[in-house]
Write a protein that binds this ligand. Structure first.
Ligand SMILES: [Zn+2]
Length: 302
């Protein structure tokens, strides 16, 4: 009888221990990266879908329930998710705060760009990159510090799985190194190509691959540009021969078309988040996809 009880207790402990950790992320990119490290030990839900403006997300009731049940919340941080505070207030869960093992803001170890750019706050709760640019996952080198932070967070929750998590991350970084060499080779002919972007989504990507973003259609992030600003931008693009306009999937399509047509530039829509295209199904293929699309649209710099 005692044997049976001991066996039962051991069995339930093992079964409980083997349950994947329920994790919620604010983006599909963080979801992809926590899955890379956590493997079958995590079950992850992203609050934002891949093709939507990441700064304007409506959290659904089913997602709030998942947030409440999550062992870990991962976020991009800074003012990237102005909608997250309200979701956290709604569930009234005090675990998701700084210094908690249930909360990870992956911006902490990132060398931020544009942190000195002064921004005018348009309205409360706007995403204005007020503390620096938040689209840092689009430099593939940042896959390194982000997964380091994720590894630390997973080890706090499941220390016994250290060898598994560490091996997963190492395998990912080896693949990342190999792919990055290929991406840099593909992009080499386009080094110093001057481009215009719609939103400030691409500065990390541009810095890594040698593109020069000389202007944006949305000088105040999250605020639609005025017609007079667009007119002067179009003139500037024609005068200085800028041939490429980088849009996001959620950009205003008619404004993009107008600027492209009137300036003579080619508009190319890049995918900022994992899952935004079937071919961009994980963190590495996100870059495969964008590098391919960009190199097809751009002309080699002379
Ligand atoms: Zn942004």
């Amino acid at each position: 009888m005692l044997y049976a009880l001991a066996f039962f207790l051991l069995w339930t402990a093992a079964a409980w221990g083997a349950e994947p950790l329920p994790i919620v992320t604010t983006s599909t990119d963080l979801k992809a990266l926590v899955e890379v490290v956590g493997g079958e030990r995590v079950r992850v839900e992203s609050l934002a879908p891949p093709l939507q403006d990441p700064h304007a997300v409506e959290v659904k009731p089913g997602q709030l329930a998942k947030l409440k049940a999550a062992a870990l919340l991962l976020r991009i941080g800074l003012d990237h998710e102005p909608w997250l505070g309200r979701a956290l207030r709604t569930i009234g869960d005090s675990r998701f705060t700084r210094e908690s093992p249930h909360y990870l803001d992956t911006s902490k170890r990132i060398q931020l760009l544009q942190s000195e750019t002064p921004r005018v706050r348009a309205d409360k709760g706007a995403h204005i990159h007020g503390f620096g640019n938040t689209h840092y996952w689009l430099d593939p080198e940042n896959g390194r510090p982000i997964t380091a932070a994720i590894l630390g967070a997973l080890l706090r929750l499941a220390p016994a799985d250290r060898p598994y998590f560490e091996a997963n991350r190492k395998r990912f970084l080896d693949r990342l190194d190999g792919r990055l060499r290929g991406w840099l080779r593909t992009m080499a002919p386009y080094k110093s190509t001057r481009v215009v972007a719609v939103h400030e989504t691409w500065p990390y990507f541009a810095q890594r691959f040698g593109l020069m973003i000389v202007a944006v259609m949305e000088p105040n992030p999250g605020v639609p540009p005025s017609p007079s600003y667009l007119a002067s931008l179009i003139q500037k693009m024609r005068d200085s021969g800028i041939r490429l306009l980088i849009a996001d999937p959620y950009s205003n399509a008619s404004a993009v078309r107008q600027v492209a047509t009137q300036s003579g530039a080619t508009a190319v829509t890049l995918i900022p988040s994992v899952g935004g295209d079937p071919a961009a199904s994980d963190y590495l293929s996100l870059f495969d996809f964008n590098i391919k699309r960009l190199s097809q649209a751009a002309r080699p710099a002379r």
